[in-house]
Design a protein. Sequence first.
Length: 226
Amino acid sequence: MTSTTIKEQFQQDGYYVLKQMFSEVETAELKLEAQRVLELNGVDKSGVYVGMAVASPRFKEAAAHPLLVNALEAIIGDDVVFLSDKVVFKNATTDFGSPWHQDYPYWHGSHKFSVWIALDDATPDNGCLRIVPGSHHVDEEHADFSDREEGFSNRLKDEAIDPARIVDLAASRGDAIVFHDLLFHSSYPNRSGKDRWALISTYKDGTLEDPVYSWAKAAFRVNGER
Ligand SMILES: O=C(O)CCC(=O)C(=O)O
């Protein structure tokens, strides 16, 4: 796939899939390392752990994987900055699905680009991602349900989602899905009783000004030194 094709496809759909970005072996190593980080930090039930690249050099290295950097350069440009990453882990006891939302309202500033990487095979049964292609072009008003207990304060209103346009993005271990922070997305709950772990890393165009993000503790430019 040429960089022009990647860019055009991303501009049209708001996402781009990199099949088998990490090999099976690399993916298994990353999941083991994620489990080690979570055990060290005593995290078990919340389903989300933010700051993998802060906790482990293995994740910092993963954030600058050459195949990923190549795709991000096509989409973002010459100055690609990694901001932060998290693991979202669902299993027999932590089986939540994420409601329909966009990521932009969580951070504002310049548009960001997240990469959802499957650490397990992901299907509708165990919690794969769902998206509405092209929805990043829509300037949608958000419902604010911040008093709800399940988190995700910036949910989309139900009527914003056209069921006919939803695409389920089943993924194999090692696949990566790059998506725009305005893309409507959600995920299924995990009804399988088995693991569905994902690593989600967020990037920005380093030439654009932004607020200082306290959560971007491991930020670095992935394509060359400043
Ligand atoms: O991995 C998932 O289940 C979805 C996570 C998600 O939508 C998010 O963190 O913005």
